[in-house]
Design a protein around this ligand. Structure first.
Ligand code: PEP
Length: 256
């Protein structure tokens, strides 16, 4: 498990303009450097990455929200892992539920993870069930996501992967959403680590950072880490407001 907590802001398709992206990134960067127990990342839209990467620092690095499953070639509109690596992108989200909604399968996500690892970028693999209405089946859903998305990845590489547990029913944009509790988070984090241990052994499983995401804000952040056992957080909506995002970082930094 990691010493520093990892806080990744998923900006999704925001903000509206590059100047606003720069302003927000800079105000986060200015304050984030004081919080030494946290590693902060902004996963920005592709078009902002070249500019924001120039502003990144040890306290605030840059991530991407997607990558091509292919290495190079005739793939119109795609962005490769090596292109992202050339811009000093450190992390890349894959398997987000909003992309799974567009048809991305576990097999496709697996290809993206392999591209990222070969380019030296840490994949942040999102897993999570759509709902909890069917007994304990949600555990099986997450197990299958992990096994299929991580198929064929060596133990060596496994330690470089970050997992984000994001129950879709708790994400802010989900209709009729409800809050997940730190106990929901804790149960799944223990389970994810068990699945990873079965796949790659306990030592590897212990080294993988497992984040929580789903409507995290400055009030809920500490509970998901202190009680929920998360190694960090993946806030979406709350990362769009620098003040709120910094409050999440501050709360996290204060935890032992
Ligand atoms: C997300 O979609 O990755 C996410 C966690 O969003 P939000 O925090 O807005 O629920």
């Amino acid at each position: 498990m990691r010493k520093k907590k990892l806080i990744v802001g998923n900006w999704k398709m925001n903000p509206r303009t590059l100047p606003l992206a720069r302003t927000n990134f800079l105000s986060i960067k200015k304050a984030a450097s004081a919080y030494k127990n946290v590693e902060a990342v902004i996963a920005a839209p592709f078009v902002y990455i070249p500019e924001l990467a120039k502003l990144a620092s040890a306290g605030l690095s840059i991530g991407a929200q997607n990558v091509s499953a292919e290495k190079e070639g005739a793939f119109t509109g795609e962005i490769s892992a090596s292109m992202l690596a050339s811009l000093k992108v450190k992390y890349c989200i894959v398997g987000h539920s909003e992309r799974r909604e567009l048809g991305e399968t576990n097999e496709f996500i697996n290809k993206k993870i392999k591209q990222l690892l070969s380019a030296g970028i840490a994949p942040i693999l999102c897993v999570g069930e759509r709902d909890r209405d069917h007994g304990m089946l949600y555990l099986g859903t997450v197990k299958t996501q992990l096994e299929e998305c991580l198929a064929g990845i060596s133990k060596n590489m496994m330690g470089r992967i970050v997992i984000a547990y994001e129950p879709v029913w708790a994400i802010s944009s989900t209709a009729n959403r409800r809050d997940a509790t730190p106990e929901d988070c804790q149960e799944m984090h223990i389970y994810i680590r068990k699945v990873l241990a079965d796949m790659s052994g306990g030592t590897v499983a212990d080294s993988v950072a497992i984040l929580y995401g789903g409507s995290v804000d400055e009030k809920s952040a500490a509970g998901f880490i202190a009680t929920g056992g998360a190694d960090g957080l993946l806030p979406g909506r709350a990362s769009l407001n620098p003040k709120t995002f910094l409050a999440i970082i501050k709360k996290t930094n204060e935890l032992k």
